[in-house]
Design a protein around this ligand. Structure first.
Ligand SMILES: NC(=O)c1ccc[n+]([C@@H]2O[C@H](COP(=O)([O-])OP(=O)(O)OC[C@H]3O[C@@H](n4cnc5c(N)ncnc54)[C@H](O)[C@@H]3O)[C@@H](O)[C@H]2O)c1
Length: 337
């Protein structure tokens, strides 16, 4: 089968591209990415040599380009990882979030309708469900929890989910959606909580924590997310939503303290900063459906996953330094001549 992986130069799509070409040598993987600030070809350096993988630079909003690509490549499966993904940036400037996260999805699905595919999979997020109170640990998001968003980012992702379902109902497009909790692991851009804190902890710089640090996230290692998506794409049912989460709830403060302890830095580095506007209090997923229907089970828990991730960040200084210096954006100039 031939796969189109959009957003494959980003964090989660990049991890997916690392795993799948080896796991499925008879399948072909075409990675499409616009290489925004979050797209990093250095993430894909090892994968580019694989015979069943190729990279194409392009934007999912560009209808002519996308239609030509579909006509030429004849994809069987489309997995859409491409998105603007940082909540703080969506508060600064929502426009691009609506364009890439909603219009981009429409363009991809229109191409799927025109050229025919076996499955369009939309990678969504737990943030579409809004948040849960901190004092009700019994409450979890289920697939039928109403959508109730807080930020322009989550509103754009929820809009895309509704659009995907409408294409299934109206045009019978074979679609699935996965909604996953917060990811962490290798190749995460250091604007996100965990890699940012690891970097600051090892440099003994102040670690900025929003509000009082009590906000709770349900953390899942990116490897387990990729395996879950693979299961859904190959065995999930058309028109279904699957929640993905590993029951690893931690407050932001707990996460930061774990990082400081593992890196050997002092908790005195924690600095409380003004809270994010509209900051969601708690996310927590109920993954019963994917566990019982598709047999998915995460291999990492937070304690094992965070050690692996800290180790990766400490051992891959060059990748991180190039992100920080902007060197990673010059990859195309250096190698793609
Ligand atoms: N990171 C998380 O914790 C998390 C959790 C649940 C769901 N998600 C979802 O998973 C997906 C991937 O997230 P991520 O953390 O890897 O994001 P990321 O920001 O690291 O990567 C996104 C990638 O998409 C590309 N991209 C952006 N706009 C594009 C466009 N118009 N055309 C083509 N490519 C474009 C970027 O260049 C980048 O490589 C997103 O849809 C996000 O909403 C993320």
């Amino acid at each position: 089968m031939k796969f189109l992986i959009t957003g494959g130069a980003g964090f989660i799509g990049g991890n997916y591209c690392h795993i799948m070409p080896d796991k499925y040598p008879n399948d072909t993987f075409v990675c499409l990415d616009a290489l925004t600030y979050a797209g990093n070809m250095e993430t894909l350096a090892d994968v580019l040599t694989k015979p069943n993988f190729k990279f194409i630079k392009g934007d999912i909003r560009d209808k002519n380009f996308i239609f030509e690509l579909f006509a030429k490549e004849k994809f069987d499966i489309v997995i859409n990882f491409a998105a603007e993904s940082h909540v703080d940036r969506s508060i600064e400037d929502p426009g691009i979030f609506l364009e890439s996260n909603i219009i981009g999805v429409q363009v991809l699905m229109d191409a799927c309708r025109k050229y025919g595919i076996k499955r369009f999979h939309q990678v969504s997020t737990d943030e579409v469900y809004g948040d849960l109170p901190l004092d009700r640990p019994d409450l979890l998001f289920k697939e039928d929890t109403p959508l109730h968003t807080s930020s322009p980012y989550s509103a754009s992702k929820a809009s895309a989910d509704l659009l995907v379902m409408s294409y299934h109902r109206t045009f019978h497009l074979p679609v699935t959606i996965s909604r996953c909790s917060n990811n962490y692991g290798p190749y995460q851009f250091p604007e996100k909580l965990i890699p940012l804190m690891i970097q600051k902890a090892q440099r003994k710089e102040a670690l900025p924590v929003y509000g009082n640090g009590a906000n709770v996230r349900d953390w899942l290692h990116v490897y387990d997310h990729c395996i879950a998506i693979d299961l859904i794409v190959r065995s999930g049912k058309d028109g279904e939503v699957y929640n993905i989460g590993g029951h690893n709830e931690r407050s932001n403060l707990q996460v930061v303290k774990t990082i400081l302890k593992t890196v050997g830095a002092s908790e005195d580095l924690i600095t409380y900063v003004k809270d994010r506007p509209g900051h969601d209090r708690r996310y927590a997923m109920d993954p019963t459906k994917i566990e019982t229907e598709l047999g998915w089970k995460p291999v990492y828990n937070f304690d094992t996953g965070i050690i692996q991730t800290i180790k990766w960040n400490l051992e891959n200084k060059e990748w991180l330094d190039h992100v920080e210096s902007g060197e990673y954006t010059k990859w195309m100039e250096r190698y793609a001549k």
